[in-house]
Design a protein around this ligand. Sequence first.
Ligand code: DAH
Length: 349
Amino acid sequence: MEKDLQAIVDEANHLLVSVSNRPEWDNAKALILGPNGKLTQLGKGIGKLTKEERPVFGQKLNHTKKQVENIFKSSLSLIDEKEDLESLGAEIDSSLPPSSNFTGGTHPLTNTRRKIVSIFRKIGFTVAEATEAETEWFCFDALNTPEDHPARDEQDTLFLPRDSKWNNVKQKNDEAYVLRTHTSSVQIRSLINEKPPLRIIAPGRCFRRDTVDATHSANFHQTEGLYVDKNVTLKDLKGVLDFFLKELFGNQVETRLRPSFFPFTEPSFEVDLRAPNIGKLSDQWIEIMGCGMVDPKVLKLVELDPKEWTGFAFGMGIERITMILHGIDDIRHFYNNDLRFLRQFNQSS
Ligand code: DAH
């Protein structure tokens, strides 16, 4: 019987030499290890042996079974490897060098965000973050944006299902959750959590129900800024923004504040800038961000006394700034992951 065991090992090896795909392998395995396979049949003969012979043969049988199983296993991995190569349609020559030495880099929006943050860090601002899924209260009400304001229209805002499980978002009553439409909600979270004096910069992702075109994306990025302290004036706001825009765009930049309206600032302004050296926009005034003095109503809503505290806030689009900085004419380039575009901003981090 021992001879028979060795013969089965030899037969397995012999069969597998001509096996080249999975069905053939299955057949070969059935011939040896299947319920009617040779090894299984041989095992059944154990009953004919004497009591003394049985354990000795049993041990040898198990050993042979393991040996044969291993032979089949390694044959299968060769078949799998061969089939993988065939599905790639080509033989792989692993000795070839890589096709380029491009090692990857940071995204242009990341570069801009880092620049903005590092400029504000120089003048004592710290980075604040908050959740992207917000309640309507943080996104609108606390920012003095009444129910009938167009920004709260479903056209602009992406609402989340009411039964969603956003446990990390503080829920007030039975409010709807929204994907934040701006980073201004971070103003409120910071004022509540940290209390003034406060100097924060809050970069992050925002969402709106916008139809995608060259200047709109349903998902985009903003940076919010907030400075609340005693006796903060419009002069401080102008000084901080002048400094920031000169650092970002160069010393030749001129800035101006143009009266505007935002529900959470009073007075409110758009900031325009002009510089001789900004791409195609040379010497034209361009709108770059919104800002204003924090509306006393907002301070009251977060239980701060507007007689004691004053402040300014500002908000800008990171995509817009990057487009101006680099003369990019279509916002969609940022999200297409086309390496021909991205490689141009390959600054290592
Ligand atoms: N949240 C505004 C927007 O998304 C931008 C903005 C304007 C932010 C004025 C501010 C501000 O903090 O003071 O359009």
